[in-house]
Write a protein that binds this ligand. Structure first.
Ligand code: FES
Length: 100
């Protein structure tokens, strides 16, 4: 079963759909949205870091350099490692176009 959820990025007011099997970043790119900066797409660079404001989610492996245990506990996550389990409200934490 492929469930689909609505992801809303509150900073830009952008929303897009994302299936439970897809990362939030991949879904965003697939729908030509740019509300979260895209970097390595592999959980290593921290560009796609977001704060999850509401909703249920699972995370794949993330670099603790960018999201340590305390940050994870407070709802921070890397969008390229973020799988929605309900509709999500997120806020990007790295400004678009920020230097690496
Ligand atoms: S794009 Fe590099 S950590 Fe997500």
């Amino acid at each position: 079963m492929d469930q689909s959820f609505r992801i809303t990025e509150t900073h830009s007011g952008t929303s897009f759909s994302c299936s439970a099997e897809q990362t939030v970043l991949a879904a965003m790119e697939q729908q030509q949205q740019r509300c979260v900066p895209v970097g390595c797409r592999g959980g290593g660079c921290g560009q796609c870091k977001v704060q999850v404001l509401s909703g249920e989610y699972d995370c794949g492996r993330m670099s603790s350099r960018h999201v340590d245990a305390a940050a994870q506990a407070s709802g921070q996550a890397l969008a390229c490692r973020l799988f929605p389990r309900s509709d999500l409200a997120i806020e990007r934490l790295v400004a678009a176009g920020a230097a690496r």
